[in-house]
Design a protein around this ligand. Structure first.
Ligand SMILES: *Cc1c(COP(=O)(O)O)cnc(C)c1O
Length: 356
Protein backbone atom coordinates (compact mmCIF):
# COMPACT_ATOMS: atom_id res chain seq x y z
CA UNK A 1 0.00 0.00 0.00
CA UNK A 2 1.17 3.55 -0.73
CA UNK A 3 2.41 5.27 2.43
CA UNK A 4 1.78 8.96 3.04
CA UNK A 5 4.46 10.61 5.16
CA UNK A 6 3.04 13.31 7.46
CA UNK A 7 5.85 13.18 10.04
CA UNK A 8 6.87 16.56 11.51
CA UNK A 9 10.62 15.98 11.46
CA UNK A 10 12.67 14.24 10.31
CA UNK A 11 10.17 14.31 7.53
CA UNK A 12 9.41 13.62 3.90
CA UNK A 13 12.09 14.44 1.33
CA UNK A 14 11.61 14.73 -2.42
CA UNK A 15 11.99 11.42 -4.29
CA UNK A 16 14.68 13.26 -6.27
CA UNK A 17 16.71 13.76 -3.07
CA UNK A 18 16.33 10.10 -2.10
CA UNK A 19 17.36 8.87 -5.56
CA UNK A 20 20.36 11.20 -5.83
CA UNK A 21 21.42 10.39 -2.28
CA UNK A 22 21.37 6.67 -3.01
CA UNK A 23 23.53 7.34 -6.10
CA UNK A 24 25.89 9.46 -4.00
CA UNK A 25 26.20 6.75 -1.38
CA UNK A 26 27.35 4.39 -4.12
CA UNK A 27 29.50 6.80 -6.12
CA UNK A 28 29.86 10.45 -5.17
CA UNK A 29 30.48 12.86 -8.06
CA UNK A 30 32.29 10.24 -10.12
CA UNK A 31 34.98 9.73 -7.49
CA UNK A 32 34.31 6.01 -7.17
CA UNK A 33 33.92 6.63 -3.41
CA UNK A 34 30.79 6.99 -1.30
CA UNK A 35 29.68 10.39 0.03
CA UNK A 36 29.85 8.63 3.42
CA UNK A 37 33.60 8.10 3.22
CA UNK A 38 34.99 11.07 1.32
CA UNK A 39 37.10 13.86 2.78
CA UNK A 40 35.35 17.16 3.35
CA UNK A 41 38.51 18.74 1.89
CA UNK A 42 38.26 16.83 -1.38
CA UNK A 43 37.68 19.10 -4.35
CA UNK A 44 34.46 17.26 -5.14
CA UNK A 45 32.99 17.92 -1.70
CA UNK A 46 34.21 21.53 -1.59
CA UNK A 47 32.33 22.01 -4.89
CA UNK A 48 29.21 20.45 -3.33
CA UNK A 49 29.43 22.77 -0.32
CA UNK A 50 29.89 25.84 -2.53
CA UNK A 51 27.00 24.85 -4.76
CA UNK A 52 24.72 24.30 -1.75
CA UNK A 53 25.54 27.78 -0.45
CA UNK A 54 24.96 29.27 -3.93
CA UNK A 55 21.58 27.57 -4.16
CA UNK A 56 20.65 28.98 -0.73
CA UNK A 57 21.58 32.48 -1.91
CA UNK A 58 19.87 32.15 -5.27
CA UNK A 59 16.59 30.57 -4.09
CA UNK A 60 16.14 32.87 -1.09
CA UNK A 61 17.50 35.90 -2.99
CA UNK A 62 19.91 36.62 -0.15
CA UNK A 63 21.38 40.11 -0.56
CA UNK A 64 25.10 40.85 -0.33
CA UNK A 65 26.47 41.35 3.18
CA UNK A 66 25.04 38.02 4.34
CA UNK A 67 26.80 34.70 4.90
CA UNK A 68 25.35 31.18 4.87
CA UNK A 69 26.91 28.58 7.16
CA UNK A 70 26.12 24.99 8.11
CA UNK A 71 26.70 23.77 11.65
CA UNK A 72 26.12 20.71 13.81
CA UNK A 73 23.97 20.81 16.92
CA UNK A 74 20.59 21.37 15.24
CA UNK A 75 18.36 24.38 15.75
CA UNK A 76 18.54 23.83 19.51
CA UNK A 77 22.20 24.82 19.68
CA UNK A 78 21.26 28.05 17.90
CA UNK A 79 18.99 28.89 20.86
CA UNK A 80 22.25 29.43 22.79
CA UNK A 81 24.57 30.57 19.99
CA UNK A 82 22.30 33.47 19.03
CA UNK A 83 22.40 35.21 22.43
CA UNK A 84 26.03 34.24 23.01
CA UNK A 85 27.04 36.00 19.78
CA UNK A 86 24.53 38.86 19.70
CA UNK A 87 23.44 39.84 23.20
CA UNK A 88 25.46 41.94 25.60
CA UNK A 89 22.65 42.93 27.96
CA UNK A 90 19.17 42.62 26.60
CA UNK A 91 17.16 40.84 23.92
CA UNK A 92 13.44 40.56 23.18
CA UNK A 93 11.52 37.34 22.45
CA UNK A 94 8.06 36.62 21.08
CA UNK A 95 6.79 33.45 22.74
CA UNK A 96 4.63 31.59 20.26
CA UNK A 97 5.24 27.98 21.22
CA UNK A 98 7.40 25.26 22.67
CA UNK A 99 10.47 26.04 20.52
CA UNK A 100 10.17 29.79 21.14
CA UNK A 101 9.99 29.05 24.90
CA UNK A 102 13.14 26.96 24.67
CA UNK A 103 14.95 29.73 22.77
CA UNK A 104 13.90 32.23 25.46
CA UNK A 105 15.10 29.92 28.24
CA UNK A 106 18.58 29.67 26.73
CA UNK A 107 18.79 33.43 26.13
CA UNK A 108 18.21 34.02 29.86
CA UNK A 109 21.61 32.44 30.51
CA UNK A 110 23.31 35.35 28.74
CA UNK A 111 21.44 38.46 29.83
CA UNK A 112 18.03 40.00 30.22
CA UNK A 113 15.75 38.16 27.82
CA UNK A 114 12.39 39.93 27.73
CA UNK A 115 9.26 38.08 26.71
CA UNK A 116 7.37 40.82 24.83
CA UNK A 117 4.22 38.72 24.39
CA UNK A 118 3.09 35.12 24.74
CA UNK A 119 0.13 33.08 23.58
CA UNK A 120 0.81 30.38 26.16
CA UNK A 121 -2.42 31.00 28.12
CA UNK A 122 -4.35 29.83 25.03
CA UNK A 123 -2.23 26.77 24.24
CA UNK A 124 -0.30 28.90 21.70
CA UNK A 125 -3.28 28.89 19.35
CA UNK A 126 -2.63 32.37 17.92
CA UNK A 127 0.24 34.73 17.13
CA UNK A 128 0.26 37.79 19.43
CA UNK A 129 -0.04 40.99 17.37
CA UNK A 130 0.09 43.94 19.75
CA UNK A 131 3.24 44.27 21.77
CA UNK A 132 6.07 46.70 22.32
CA UNK A 133 9.64 45.77 21.61
CA UNK A 134 12.05 47.50 24.01
CA UNK A 135 14.12 49.93 21.95
CA UNK A 136 17.29 49.06 23.84
CA UNK A 137 17.10 45.34 23.13
CA UNK A 138 19.91 44.12 20.90
CA UNK A 139 17.65 41.92 18.79
CA UNK A 140 14.10 40.62 18.53
CA UNK A 141 13.66 36.84 18.23
CA UNK A 142 10.69 35.18 16.53
CA UNK A 143 9.81 31.61 15.57
CA UNK A 144 8.06 31.92 12.21
CA UNK A 145 6.38 28.52 12.19
CA UNK A 146 5.29 26.75 15.33
CA UNK A 147 5.78 23.14 14.36
CA UNK A 148 4.03 21.73 17.43
CA UNK A 149 0.97 23.99 17.74
CA UNK A 150 0.39 24.80 14.07
CA UNK A 151 0.56 28.58 13.90
CA UNK A 152 2.69 30.53 11.45
CA UNK A 153 3.81 34.13 11.18
CA UNK A 154 3.70 34.46 7.42
CA UNK A 155 4.82 38.02 6.89
CA UNK A 156 8.22 39.57 7.37
CA UNK A 157 7.96 41.96 10.31
CA UNK A 158 9.20 45.51 10.21
CA UNK A 159 11.03 46.19 13.46
CA UNK A 160 13.52 48.83 14.46
CA UNK A 161 16.09 46.48 16.00
CA UNK A 162 17.83 43.47 14.39
CA UNK A 163 15.35 40.68 13.70
CA UNK A 164 16.34 37.05 14.36
CA UNK A 165 14.13 34.17 13.21
CA UNK A 166 13.98 30.44 13.82
CA UNK A 167 12.66 29.19 10.45
CA UNK A 168 13.30 25.49 11.06
CA UNK A 169 9.96 24.35 9.71
CA UNK A 170 9.03 26.90 7.05
CA UNK A 171 12.30 27.86 5.37
CA UNK A 172 11.97 27.56 1.57
CA UNK A 173 8.18 27.21 1.82
CA UNK A 174 7.40 30.83 0.83
CA UNK A 175 9.37 33.86 -0.34
CA UNK A 176 10.95 35.91 2.45
CA UNK A 177 12.58 39.32 2.37
CA UNK A 178 15.93 38.37 3.87
CA UNK A 179 16.95 42.03 4.09
CA UNK A 180 14.46 42.44 6.98
CA UNK A 181 16.35 39.87 9.08
CA UNK A 182 19.77 40.01 10.68
CA UNK A 183 19.90 36.28 11.31
CA UNK A 184 17.81 33.31 10.20
CA UNK A 185 18.47 29.78 11.41
CA UNK A 186 16.90 26.37 11.48
CA UNK A 187 17.39 22.63 11.60
CA UNK A 188 17.69 20.93 8.22
CA UNK A 189 15.39 18.02 8.99
CA UNK A 190 12.00 19.62 8.30
CA UNK A 191 12.11 21.01 4.77
CA UNK A 192 15.61 20.42 3.49
CA UNK A 193 17.61 17.34 4.35
CA UNK A 194 18.04 14.52 6.85
CA UNK A 195 18.83 15.42 10.48
CA UNK A 196 22.28 16.44 11.64
CA UNK A 197 22.69 20.05 10.60
CA UNK A 198 21.57 23.60 11.17
CA UNK A 199 21.72 26.37 8.57
CA UNK A 200 22.42 29.95 9.59
CA UNK A 201 22.02 33.03 7.38
CA UNK A 202 23.79 35.97 9.02
CA UNK A 203 24.18 39.62 8.21
CA UNK A 204 27.87 39.95 8.86
CA UNK A 205 27.81 43.44 10.34
CA UNK A 206 25.87 42.33 13.43
CA UNK A 207 28.78 40.20 14.62
CA UNK A 208 31.71 41.20 16.81
CA UNK A 209 29.71 43.46 19.14
CA UNK A 210 29.58 41.35 22.30
CA UNK A 211 32.25 41.54 24.96
CA UNK A 212 32.15 37.97 26.32
CA UNK A 213 34.71 35.42 25.16
CA UNK A 214 33.12 32.91 22.79
CA UNK A 215 34.46 29.36 22.37
CA UNK A 216 35.63 28.85 18.76
CA UNK A 217 33.04 26.21 17.93
CA UNK A 218 30.24 28.54 19.08
CA UNK A 219 31.52 31.66 17.35
CA UNK A 220 29.78 32.49 14.05
CA UNK A 221 32.82 34.43 12.86
CA UNK A 222 35.00 31.34 13.15
CA UNK A 223 32.61 29.29 11.01
CA UNK A 224 32.24 32.07 8.45
CA UNK A 225 36.01 32.35 8.17
CA UNK A 226 36.32 28.58 7.90
CA UNK A 227 33.57 28.46 5.24
CA UNK A 228 31.65 25.90 7.31
CA UNK A 229 34.76 23.71 7.44
CA UNK A 230 36.30 24.93 10.69
CA UNK A 231 35.71 21.38 11.81
CA UNK A 232 34.30 18.45 9.86
CA UNK A 233 30.89 19.52 8.58
CA UNK A 234 27.92 17.12 8.28
CA UNK A 235 29.05 16.07 4.81
CA UNK A 236 26.18 13.73 4.05
CA UNK A 237 23.49 16.20 5.14
CA UNK A 238 25.01 19.02 3.08
CA UNK A 239 25.01 16.71 0.06
CA UNK A 240 21.35 15.82 0.60
CA UNK A 241 20.46 19.53 1.03
CA UNK A 242 22.13 20.25 -2.31
CA UNK A 243 19.81 17.68 -3.93
CA UNK A 244 16.66 19.13 -2.34
CA UNK A 245 17.59 22.65 -3.40
CA UNK A 246 18.34 21.46 -6.94
CA UNK A 247 14.90 19.82 -7.00
CA UNK A 248 13.31 23.04 -5.76
CA UNK A 249 15.11 25.13 -8.37
CA UNK A 250 14.09 22.74 -11.16
CA UNK A 251 10.43 22.94 -10.23
CA UNK A 252 10.44 26.73 -10.43
CA UNK A 253 11.80 27.91 -7.07
CA UNK A 254 10.10 29.23 -3.98
CA UNK A 255 7.16 31.01 -5.63
CA UNK A 256 6.22 27.79 -7.41
CA UNK A 257 6.40 25.69 -4.22
CA UNK A 258 4.47 28.33 -2.25
CA UNK A 259 1.59 27.98 -4.71
CA UNK A 260 1.52 24.23 -4.15
CA UNK A 261 1.78 24.66 -0.37
CA UNK A 262 -1.16 27.07 -0.28
CA UNK A 263 -3.22 24.69 -2.39
CA UNK A 264 -2.40 21.64 -0.22
CA UNK A 265 -3.15 23.47 3.03
CA UNK A 266 -6.47 24.77 1.69
CA UNK A 267 -7.63 21.26 0.76
CA UNK A 268 -6.98 20.02 4.29
CA UNK A 269 -8.22 23.06 6.25
CA UNK A 270 -11.41 23.12 4.15
CA UNK A 271 -12.07 19.49 5.03
CA UNK A 272 -11.39 20.06 8.76
CA UNK A 273 -13.83 22.99 8.69
CA UNK A 274 -16.44 20.98 6.78
CA UNK A 275 -16.21 17.55 8.47
CA UNK A 276 -18.46 17.25 11.55
CA UNK A 277 -15.99 14.96 13.35
CA UNK A 278 -13.04 17.35 13.40
CA UNK A 279 -12.24 20.90 14.49
CA UNK A 280 -9.24 23.12 13.96
CA UNK A 281 -7.23 24.30 16.95
CA UNK A 282 -6.23 27.57 15.21
CA UNK A 283 -9.23 29.82 14.68
CA UNK A 284 -7.74 32.81 12.88
CA UNK A 285 -7.05 31.69 9.28
CA UNK A 286 -4.26 34.25 9.08
CA UNK A 287 -2.36 32.41 11.83
CA UNK A 288 -2.84 28.91 10.45
CA UNK A 289 0.37 27.17 9.49
CA UNK A 290 0.76 25.97 5.92
CA UNK A 291 3.34 23.42 7.08
CA UNK A 292 1.89 21.75 10.20
CA UNK A 293 -1.87 21.45 10.16
CA UNK A 294 -3.27 20.63 13.60
CA UNK A 295 -6.78 19.44 14.40
CA UNK A 296 -8.68 17.54 17.09
CA UNK A 297 -11.92 15.57 17.31
CA UNK A 298 -15.01 17.73 17.79
CA UNK A 299 -16.17 17.56 21.46
CA UNK A 300 -19.11 15.26 20.65
CA UNK A 301 -16.77 12.74 19.00
CA UNK A 302 -13.86 12.77 21.46
CA UNK A 303 -13.90 9.00 21.88
CA UNK A 304 -13.28 8.54 18.15
CA UNK A 305 -9.71 9.87 18.39
CA UNK A 306 -8.01 6.50 18.71
CA UNK A 307 -10.32 4.80 16.20
CA UNK A 308 -9.56 7.52 13.64
CA UNK A 309 -5.82 7.24 14.28
CA UNK A 310 -6.06 3.47 13.66
CA UNK A 311 -8.27 3.93 10.61
CA UNK A 312 -5.93 6.51 9.07
CA UNK A 313 -2.94 4.23 9.67
CA UNK A 314 -4.77 1.38 7.97
CA UNK A 315 -5.11 3.66 4.94
CA UNK A 316 -1.35 4.33 4.82
CA UNK A 317 -1.23 7.66 6.71
CA UNK A 318 1.94 7.84 8.80
CA UNK A 319 2.82 10.41 11.43
CA UNK A 320 -0.50 12.22 11.84
CA UNK A 321 -0.71 11.84 15.62
CA UNK A 322 -0.29 15.24 17.30
CA UNK A 323 2.79 16.10 19.34
CA UNK A 324 2.91 14.49 22.79
CA UNK A 325 2.21 17.96 24.28
CA UNK A 326 -0.99 18.57 22.33
CA UNK A 327 -2.65 15.25 21.48
CA UNK A 328 -5.08 15.27 18.55
CA UNK A 329 -3.67 15.25 15.06
CA UNK A 330 -1.02 17.04 13.09
CA UNK A 331 -0.45 16.60 9.39
CA UNK A 332 2.83 18.09 8.27
CA UNK A 333 2.57 19.29 4.70
CA UNK A 334 6.16 20.25 3.90
CA UNK A 335 7.42 21.13 0.42
CA UNK A 336 8.10 17.53 -0.54
CA UNK A 337 4.64 16.22 0.40
CA UNK A 338 2.63 15.61 -2.79
CA UNK A 339 -0.92 16.90 -3.11
CA UNK A 340 -2.05 13.27 -3.58
CA UNK A 341 -1.10 12.56 0.05
CA UNK A 342 -3.30 15.41 1.29
CA UNK A 343 -6.13 14.18 -0.91
CA UNK A 344 -5.70 10.66 0.47
CA UNK A 345 -5.94 11.98 4.04
CA UNK A 346 -9.05 13.99 3.14
CA UNK A 347 -10.74 10.94 1.64
CA UNK A 348 -9.91 8.94 4.77
CA UNK A 349 -11.53 11.70 6.86
CA UNK A 350 -14.63 11.66 4.65
CA UNK A 351 -14.89 7.89 4.73
CA UNK A 352 -14.53 7.84 8.51
CA UNK A 353 -17.24 10.49 8.81
CA UNK A 354 -19.72 8.50 6.76
CA UNK A 355 -18.94 5.31 8.76
CA UNK A 356 -19.66 7.16 12.00
C1 LIG B 1 12.28 21.04 15.16
C2 LIG B 1 12.44 22.44 15.59
C3 LIG B 1 13.51 22.86 16.41
C4 LIG B 1 14.51 21.90 17.00
O1 LIG B 1 15.38 21.43 16.05
P1 LIG B 1 16.59 20.48 16.44
O2 LIG B 1 17.34 20.45 15.14
O3 LIG B 1 16.02 19.18 16.85
O4 LIG B 1 17.37 21.13 17.52
C5 LIG B 1 13.59 24.20 16.73
N1 LIG B 1 12.70 25.09 16.28
C6 LIG B 1 11.66 24.73 15.49
C7 LIG B 1 10.70 25.77 15.01
C8 LIG B 1 11.51 23.39 15.13
O5 LIG B 1 10.48 23.04 14.34
Amino acid sequence: MKKHNFYAGPSILPQYTLDKTIEGIKDFAGTGLSILEISHRSKEFVACMNDTISLFKELLEIPSGYQVIFLGGGASLQFAMVPMNLMNKKAAYLNTGEWASKALKEAKLFGEAVEVASSKEKMFNYIPKNYTIPADAEYFHITTNNTIYGTELKKDLDVKIPLVADMSSDIFSRPIDVSKYSLIYGGAQKNLAPAGMAFVIIKEDILGKVTRPIPSMLDYRVHIKGESMFNTPPVFTVFAAQQTLTWLKNLGGIKAIQKKNIEKAKILYDEIDRNKLFVTTINDPEDRSLMNICFVMAPAYKDLEKPFADFARSKGMLGIEGHRLTGGFRASTYNALPKESVEALVSAMKEFESDN
